[in-house]
Design a binder for this molecule. Structure first.
Ligand code: OXD
Ligand code: MN
Length: 615
């Protein structure tokens, strides 16, 4: 291509961007122009988040064969998308933190120098949107103008990503209007990496075998290439709201966490509490976010199921928002019996991805109902029967649904400046050692607990203290900087909050008995644990001190209606000093990975724990 034609192309592209621009902020227009000149789309659309826009994009995608409209009587306003089998989940080995210094990414992240990564990426993005429409998606994480809220823009060539972003964020003109010259906002660029030649037929799910999910925390940028799926493509979620935001929070004195948020109302006193909770994946976070208590005395309402941003307020307490506006939940295992609230939430206006299609034009997945349909079209578009010998839906199949459809949504989700947090729970999936609940002895001890959360991988590991997978704060794949510095930031937050700091609890719903059976019923009965935690904060359930924290004293845990569990309480709360000391050795090994960046306070907690265990 000669220089004249490049100039012509650049001028034409600039015109495409500028003619449709819905902001006069030159910083935004220049950035969008720059990305368009690089990626060379055929068209540019500035999204406004309207229903008309949704209708237009869904119609175009149905026409193109990328979305299947579901039966409007059974699942109004809803669609099914099927990805290709090589694009079904987050790709952690292709996820990079590109800080200037490798040590700032830390040993738990893949690192690349920013200039080196940009040099590798830019040739891929060059022309990557040819033959496609480039969408400019402005979005707000949190209520526009809120004290904890942040703004961003995603540029994407995936209409599927646009639709999902409209559900998952407050997307549209109000967010764009909030991005004023000189303000801080996050720039995210996404391309499926599948340019089209003139006349070339498109794939229903375009993507590239080569994938890059890259984060530039010092310049607040995300560049994602090659995948159209979930967290790889909806850049507001894990990329911005966790990896980039965790770095912003450290610099600016707040926290970006992989936590659900709950509102609890004591129906006798009317007193309201708020709780946040971090759990690694596959620990029932969405179920807890939609908890239906099995004991009287509490009303439990949902604020968030995945991400919380927390910031000290003017009164010195820690305030939290759910920065998202939708759920991107795992479908399999979500069902009438396990999570009726989620099933009600999914009545319509939902995008389903990689689940099965019923003969009636509705969706189905493993665990949705006890009865299994006789015939389905599976997630790959093939006939399926119960004898097929394979699941009908991909294990990581998803629903994307507006949070405002949740029947148990708390009005607090709308709170402009968030809600004050009373308690923080840290949970893992542990068959052994970790009791049902224990209150931390101090904020510093609670940070130690969060830093050492672990799960036992397989049944083979049961009964031993080996084979622990550490997932500190459930942030292992999501912390945008050195995990040890992150622990230090949490310790500093505690110093700043002082007396106002929320109380920290360790929980474990998954302890098993010597006979291999789960000791605790879980699900709605987890309300009994929360009930004890709140009463312990109020001083009504002082508990019993053990080496690892304060556990419920005899009679403090409400077991009305599940009296049979009383027989297992000794096992549920058993603390074996030998096993715990062995676990301390593993913690020391784990800390050693971070060298001298581990905060002194956490080393002190490890030493104190060993001492309490009688070492
Ligand atoms: C998620 C995850 O999808 O944590 O929320 O992986
Ligand atoms: Mn998550």
């Amino acid at each position: 291509m000669g220089s004249t034609s490049t100039l012509d192309t650049d001028a034409a592209i600039t015109d495409l961007v500028v003619s449709g621009a819905t902001t006069s902020n030159p910083e935004v227009v220049e950035w969008v122009t720059e990305v368009a000149k690089l990626t060379k789309p055929d068209a540019v659309v500035w999204c406004d988040g309207s229903q008309d826009e949704w209708n237009r994009i869904t119609s175009e995608m149905v026409e193109a064969g990328s979305l299947i409209p579901l039966n409007q009587n059974l699942r109004p306003g809803s669609f099914l998308a099927r990805s290709t089998p090589n694009d079904v989940a987050r790709v952690e080995d292709r996820t990079f933190i590109c800080s200037e210094n490798e040590a700032d990414a830390g040993p738990t992240n893949n690192w690349r120098a920013p200039a080196e990564m940009k040099a590798e990426l830019m040739p891929l993005f060059d022309g990557s949107m040819r033959g496609r429409t480039m969408y400019v998606v402005p979005f707000s994480m949190g209520p526009v103008g809120g004290a904890i809220t942040q703004l961003g823009i995603e540029i994407t060539d995936s209409p599927y990503a646009v639709l999902n972003m409209r559900i998952m964020t407050r997307m549209g003109q109000a967010a764009l209007d909030g991005i004023v010259p000189g303000s801080e906002w996050v720039r995210t660029v996404h391309s499926v990496g599948a340019p089209l030649e003139p006349g070339q037929d498109d794939d229903p799910w375009p993507c590239n075998d080569l994938k890059y999910i890259t984060h530039f925390p010092e310049t607040l940028e995300v560049w994602s290439y090659g995948s159209g799926y979930g967290g790889n493509a909806l850049l507001s979620k894990k990329c911005f709201a966790l990896r980039i935001a965790s770095v912003m929070g450290r610099k600016e004195g707040w926290l970006a966490e992989h936590m659900l948020l709950l509102k609890l109302t004591n129906t006798d006193s009317g007193k309201v509490y708020h709780l946040s909770a971090a759990f690694p994946s596959a620990c029932g976070k969405t179920n807890l976010a939609m908890l239906q208590p099995t004991i009287p005395g509490w009303k439990v309402e949902t604020i968030g199921d995945d991400i919380a941003w927390l910031r000290p307020g003017n009164d010195g307490r820690l305030y939290a928002i759910n920065p998202e506006a939708g759920f991107f939940g795992v479908a399999p295992g979500t069902g009438e019996s396990t999570n009726p609230v989620a099933m009600e939430t999914l009545w319509g206006n939902t995008i389903f991805t990689n689940v099965a299609l019923t003969d009636e034009g509705d969706v189905w997945w493993e665990g949705k109902t006890d009865a299994v349909p006789d015939h389905l079209i599976d997630w790959q578009g093939n006939d399926w029967t119960p004898d097929s010998g394979r699941p009908s839906s991909h294990p990581n199949s998803r629903f994307t649904v507006p949070i405002q459809q949740t029947p148990t949504l708390a009005d607090d989700w709308f709170e402009q400046d968030g809600v004050p947090i009373d308690a923080i729970l840290f949970g893992g999936r542990r068959a052994t050692n970790v009791p049902l609940v224990a209150r931390s002895l101090s904020w510093q001890h609670g940070v130690f607990v969060g830093a050492t959360i672990s799960s036992e991988k397989t049944a083979a590991a049961e009964g031993t203290v080996g084979e622990l997978r550490r997932d500190p704060f459930a942030m292992l794949p999501f912390c945008g900087y050195n995990m040890a510095d992150y622990w230090g930031h949490w310790l500093e937050m505690g110093e700043r909050l002082g007396e106002n700091a929320p109380k920290i609890f360790q929980v474990n719903w998954f302890r098993k008995g010597a006979d291999g059976r789960f000791l605790w019923p879980g699900f709605g009965d987890n309300s009994r644990v929360i009930d004890w935690a709140i009463r312990s904060i109020e001083g009504e359930a002082p508990g019993r001190e053990t080496p690892i924290g304060v556990v419920p004293a005899d009679g403090e845990l409400n077991l009305a209606g599940i009296e049979e569990v009383a027989a297992d309480l000794d096992e549920i709360f058993a603390i074996s000093p030998e096993s715990w000391l062995a676990e301390c050795d593993l913690t020391e090994e784990f800390f050693a990975r971070f060298g001298d960046r581990v905060p002194e306070g956490l080393r002190a907690e490890l030493a104190a724990l060993r001492q309490r265990l009688g070492a």
